[in-house]
Design a protein around this ligand. Structure first.
Ligand code: AMP
Ligand code: MG
Length: 318
């Protein structure tokens, strides 16, 4: 039976013995295992039911470690790490052979990130290996942003979730890969395109492809509630289309009352995209547990983190 606890020593012991621990980060909770322990890494894929072709992000404690595992660090990768690490930015770099193929799904690149959460930083400092830590949810489901979300998913499969409180940024990291020295956005996330471009200039995005995903975060259905979910520009018009059903609404900043709405939630009463991102998954978890027939989510203005949130909501609807 899973225990929710903030005991870093216990978490370190479980990881050193080849077990898995769910860990808090500023983005979402991760399912962590020692990257050099093959059985731990296989357990991550098995527990999440994640296909083996989906590579994992390696969470490191220091910039120094990046030099030990990356074959080449483009100058713009250094600029981005200077600007955003520790933080919700993942860099995909050419790897050295020390990184096992199981982590990278056989690719010659490795995804690296330095998380910005005090408990997880302490934990990483207590270990002499980095951890792989994909989001601690079954593949395709809503990512966990609270220890209880993890406990609900993996009550029997996991021994421990390290409780670091609710995740601050609340959606996954922004993933940047490189074509030679040119940065490419693989997945929009907790850092907006605008913030990336303020550091390195205009950046292209990779277009998604379900058969050979460079990042599974790019699969068109992902981050999904079990309740059918619709993304809408005009919530009330969409409510009319679903008359007679038990409807839940996820508004951005203001509840617009209407007959036939069973539950309404607001992501950010102040209209802050940052606050909306940090509340997004908890709101979806709550709505998904309310026996609704349909969840209607209001589309945000497509700028800044609004674009990242719309991306996640769109994938929740497929
Ligand atoms: P998750 O931790 O579940 O949000 O997923 C981590 C993301 O990092 C996935 O979408 C991975 O595909 C992506 N990723 C990890 N390694 C690589 C790599 N070598 N190339 C491209 N994307 C990667
Ligand atoms: Mg995930």
């Amino acid at each position: 039976m899973i225990q929710i606890s903030s005991d870093i020593n216990r978490a370190a012991t479980i990881l050193q013995e080849g077990g898995l621990v769910a860990i808090p980060t500023e983005t979402v909770y991760g399912l962590a295992g020692n990257i050099f322990n093959e059985s731990a890494i296989k357990k991550i894929f098995k527990t999440k039911q994640r296909p083996l072709f989906n590579p994992l992000i390696v969470h490191v404690k220091s910039r120094k470690y990046v030099n030990e595992v990356a074959e080449y660090i483009p100058p713009k990768a250094t600029q981005l790490a200077d600007a955003f690490w520790p933080g919700p930015l993942t860099l995909v770099l050419k790897k050295k052979p020390i990184i096992p193929d199981l982590i990278t799904a056989g690719k010659d690149t490795v995804a690296l990130r330095m998380p910005d959460h005090p408990l997880t930083q302490k934990l990483l400092n207590a270990l002499d290996f980095p951890v792989a830590a994909p989001s601690a949810n079954p593949f395709g489901r809503i990512s966990p942003t609270k220890a209880e979300h993890v406990a609900n998913y993996f009550a029997d499969e996991l021994e421990m979730v390290l409780d670091g409180g609710p995740c601050q940024s609340g959606i996954e990291s922004t993933i940047i890969g490189f074509d030679g020295d040119n940065p490419i956005i693989y997945r929009l996330g907790s850092i907006s395109r605008e913030d990336i471009e303020a550091v390195v200039g205009p950046v292209e995005s990779i277009t998604k492809n379900d058969t050979t995903p460079d990042a599974p975060g790019m699969l068109s259905r992902h981050y999904a509630p079990t309740t059918p979910t619709v993304l809408s520009n005009d919530v009330l018009a969409t409510v009319m289309k679903h008359q007679g059903k038990r409807i839940g609404i996820l508004f951005f900043k203001t509840i617009v009352p209407h007959d036939g709405i069973a539950v309404a939630k607001v992501l950010s009463p102040n209209g802050s995209e940052k606050e909306a991102a940090s509340n997004l998954y908890a709101a979806l978890h709550d709505l998904d547990n309310m026996n609704l027939d349909v969840i209607i989510a209001e589309r945000l203005p497509n700028q800044g983190l609004g674009a990242s949130i719309n991306d996640r909501l769109l994938r929740a609807t497929k």
